[in-house]
Design a protein around this ligand. Structure first.
Ligand code: FES
Length: 159
């Protein structure tokens, strides 16, 4: 998005600025619909700007978008699946999962605040001998620790 488009987007969102907009889902939806009508989809930049200007969170906006079949974004939500099967648990999966939740400030079953990752657990990822195992989308990661996982997440964010 160039500078002119970015300014136009800011003005569009400004029209919705109000002390209570952050908790008013009808107005947030109206703003998202207007953005999509203008751009054909909801760019990540619009989600970032809306959360700043309208004092809400990207996760709330992503939740609204997910619940509105007519709305779509350009950003895929990446799924991080942490194994909590028996053999990975014997290698410390429970403590690993807790440290991941803390590091990402996100509980299993929900999305990170920027709406880019969701955390899930699965009873076995079928690579038990290489645990602790994690899948990020369809990519398998074996012998994981927090440092390796945070690096994998950073690589996704950087690309
Ligand atoms: S228990 Fe983790 S991969 Fe099987």
């Amino acid at each position: 998005m160039n500078e002119e488009e970015s300014s136009k987007l800011k003005r569009l969102i400004q029209a919705y600025e109000d002390d209570f907009i952050g908790v008013d889902q009808i107005s947030l939806l109206a703003c998202l619909k207007e953005i999509q009508a203008e751009y054909g989809l909801i760019p990540q930049e619009a989600i970032d700007l809306m959360s700043q200007q309208l004092k809400t969170s990207p996760a709330i906006l992503k939740g609204l978008i997910l619940r509105s079949p007519s709305l779509r974004t350009e950003t895929k939500v990446h799924t991080i699946t942490l194994c909590n099967g028996e053999r990975c648990s014997n290698r410390g999966a429970a403590a690993f999962i807790q440290s991941v939740e803390k590091a990402l400030d996100c509980r299993v079953g929900s999305q990170t605040k920027d709406g880019r990752f969701e955390l899930k657990t699965q009873r076995c990822l079928h690579r038990c001998e290489f645990g602790i195992n994690v899948n990020i989308d369809a990519t398998e990661h074996t012998k994981m620790d927090l440092e390796k996982l945070l690096l994998a997440i950073k690589n996704i964010k950087d690309h």
